[in-house]
Design a protein around this ligand. Structure first.
Ligand SMILES: N[C@@H](CCC(=O)N[C@@H](CS)C(=O)NCC(=O)O)C(=O)O
Length: 212
């Protein structure tokens, strides 16, 4: 059995999209980060960085395995299933390149923009300017890539797309008042968002966890 510790935020949904694409059964353990449940001692045992997502695979090779960091979890599931990431060669590294770009760049920068422009009571103009410009630059990088290839890794849909979709959706919704001008000039991202959003597994993954 696979257990996914997650919340209704972009980093968690990367993994529920992948699990839905694989069609594997999994148990969802919601970790309400609005109520600081990510600091509970039991969660710390599987996620020492106190952030979702984390995953436990009871049937891993060699015994139960817990993994934190969305990129590591996606690579684990891709290697275990043999899907959505080439086993070797250039295609594998193209996908990993864009996966690391997302995990180290697009996600954190949009996250900081969300904090300074939306969630913080105090408005810090320099921080908002800095992260708006960086988000715009990263969306430009993504636009150029998707203008030359159907998916981030190239011809094939991969874990890099699954990682990037939830944060790009946040750019079009939660962050739309800061990023709508940037997105309006990016037709390749719009085409990719549409294609991604039409996948039933992506739709199901984006609805995890069910929060009332
Ligand atoms: N680099 C981590 C980032 C995870 C992350 O930032 N998760 C957020 C939710 S999207 C979180 O748990 N935040 C709670 C907190 O910061 O206390 C990953 O990719 O897994």
């Amino acid at each position: 059995m696979i257990t996914l510790y997650t919340w209704s935020t972009p980093n968690g949904r990367k993994i529920s999209i992948m699990l839905e694409e694989l069609g594997w059964p999994y148990e969802v353990r919601p970790v309400n980060i609005g109520k600081d449940e990510q600091f509970a001692p039991d969660f710390l045992k599987v996620a020492p960085n106190n952030k979702i997502p984390a995953l436990v695979d009871d049937e891993a090779e060699g015994g139960p395995l817990s993994i934190f960091e969305s990129g590591a979890i996606l690579v684990y599931l891709a290697d275990k299933s043999g899907r959505f990431l080439a086993p070797s060669g250039a295609a594998r590294f193209k996908a990993l390149e864009w996966l690391f770009w997302q995990v180290g760049g697009q996600g954190p920068m949009l996250g900081q923009l969300g904090f300074f422009a939306k969630r913080s009571q105090e408005k810090a103009p320099l921080a908002i300017k800095r992260f708006t410009e960086e988000a715009d630059r990263l969306l430009g990088v993504m636009e150029r890539r998707l203008a030359e290839a159907p998916y981030l890794a190239g011809a094939d849909y991969s874990i890099a797309d699954m990682a990037t979709y939830p944060w790009t959706m946040a750019a079009t919704t939660f962050l739309s008042d800061v990023l709508s001008d940037s997105l309006a000039t990016k037709p390749a991202i719009a085409r990719w968002l549409k294609a991604m959003g039409e996948r039933p597994a992506v739709q199901r993954g984006m609805a995890v966890p069910k929060v009332s």
